[in-house]
Design a protein around this ligand. Structure first.
Ligand SMILES: NC(=O)c1ccc[n+]([C@@H]2O[C@H](COP(=O)([O-])OP(=O)(O)OC[C@H]3O[C@@H](n4cnc5c(N)ncnc54)[C@H](OP(=O)(O)O)[C@@H]3O)[C@@H](O)[C@H]2O)c1
Length: 367
């Protein structure tokens, strides 16, 4: 089969602001029995994807989609969430024309090995992905979904991976009885993952009050959401009530702020969930962090645990109600910006890296 245009967006792993678009050789896309070829249709791009690069070695994000034609020690591919169409197939169970949602490279095409296929889903059983977190290997066959509607593809690509994390954070905090806290401080409050958590806490009457902390330039937008009980800028942290038992949910990864908060709160710092690294450019002192009451929160692990606890279909029921509601709320303030392919991603990539994209913009790359 002749494939017209085949490209992959690559970054230098150790200095991921350096990027290039590389042609994918035909040999990388030649199918063996059981394999399929998909053409990526659209995907989202947010700080979450930049964090995949920041933690690419530790969490093995570089291993999902090896860089083609390059030394894979030096060059890497940042995973993205989106939709793709099957354009060639060497398995009868997945026909050409099938459409899938899941984890892709920012690239025109991807060769996959469809495994454990059902009418609704399959996993990519490629050898190099076999020991990576299983939630990232799962693909939904969206044409089998009774309510599938293409006009919601952008919402799902942008919001699903972030709001499923928000749901998981709320669920985990509640499971731990809020760690005894009466206030929850959320750092990098303008990020979509934080906003999703604010939605979840806002609709839970048993939730402690929430305090969103953001940069000065995003404070107005965060206040206007009306989902945090209080909103502050990073330089207003001295107005926080240090006498209240507090949980911190940190999307920023900015340890300078965390050290100040831990010192000010002392014993009242009941627990910190370290979730994200939006402030990846900041230095990260460790001295002063209360380590014994801080832990990294990895959404895929929580999702796997809940699928075991509740079963896959109950998990889908519980989360889809939340996702639908959170998406409807988001559409009141979110503005999509569509980018034309990998070339336009190249121009917007530095804006996402630097955090200067306005918080109400959702980037979608259309291939
Ligand atoms: N652990 C997990 O399982 C998991 C799962 C999903 C997401 N996450 C993490 O959650 C975080 C939020 O992701 P998202 O996609 O929701 O973010 P997003 O919506 O793209 O958030 C953008 C916001 O992040 C801050 N920011 C981004 N880059 C920055 C920079 N270079 N310098 C300073 N501030 C910057 C700014 O917020 P402020 O001004 O408010 O700081 C900005 O408004 C990411 O680190 C992501 O990896 C973790």
């Amino acid at each position: 089969m002749k494939i017209p245009e085949k490209n992959q967006f690559q970054v230098i792993k150790s200095n991921f602001t350096k990027i290039k678009i590389q042609t994918i050789p035909d040999k990388n896309l030649t199918l063996l029995e059981g394999e399929i070829l998909v053409q990526v249709d659209l995907f989202s791009f947010t700080s979450n994807n930049i964090t995949y690069a920041v933690s690419g070695n530790i969490i093995r994000y570089w291993e999902f989609f090896p860089a083609v034609k390059e030394n894979i020690e030096e060059w890497g591919v940042i995973p993205v969430w989106g939709f793709a169409d099957v354009v060639d197939s060497k398995t009868e169970e997945i026909p050409v024309g099938d459409r899938i949602f899941g984890y892709f490279p920012p690239a025109t095409h991807l060769k996959m090995k469809a495994d454990r296929i059902t009418e609704k889903k399959f996993i990519d059983g490629s050898e190099h992905r076999s020991t990576l977190p299983s939630t990232y290997n799962l693909y939904k066959r969206v044409l089998s979904e009774p309510n599938y509607d293409r006009s919601f593809d952008r919402d799902r690509a942008l919001l699903y991976p972030l709001y499923i994390t928000s749901f998981s954070l709320w669920d985990s905090l509640k499971e731990h009885n809020w760690y005894g806290a009466t206030q929850i401080i959320i750092l990098s409050a303008s990020s979509k993952t934080s906003i999703g958590l604010a939605y979840a806490l806002h609709q839970d009457e048993s939730s402690p009050k929430t305090l969103g902390v953001t940069s000065g330039r995003n404070l107005r937008a965060v206040k206007q959401l009306n989902f945090y009980d209080t909103s502050l800028a990073y330089d207003q942290l001295n107005s926080i009530d240090n006498n209240l038992p507090t949980v911190i949910v940190d999307m920023s990864g900015n340890n300078e702020i965390l050290v100040d908060l831990h010192k000010a709160l002392g014993d009242q710092m009941k627990f910190t969930l370290k979730v994200g690294l939006t402030h990846w450019e900041e230095s990260n002192p460790n001295e002063g962090i209360i380590r014994e009451r801080s832990k990294f929160f990895f959404a895929p692990s929580h999702i796997e645990k809940r699928i075991k606890d509740w079963g896959a279909s109950e998990f889908d029921n519980k989360t889809s109600r939340f996702l639908l509601d959170a998406t409807a709320k988001t559409k009141k303030w979110l503005n999509y910006k569509d980018l034309d392919g990998l070339e336009e991603l190249k121009t917007q990539y530095p804006v996402v890296c630097s955090g200067s994209l306005p918080a109400d913009i959702g980037l979608i790359v259309k291939m």
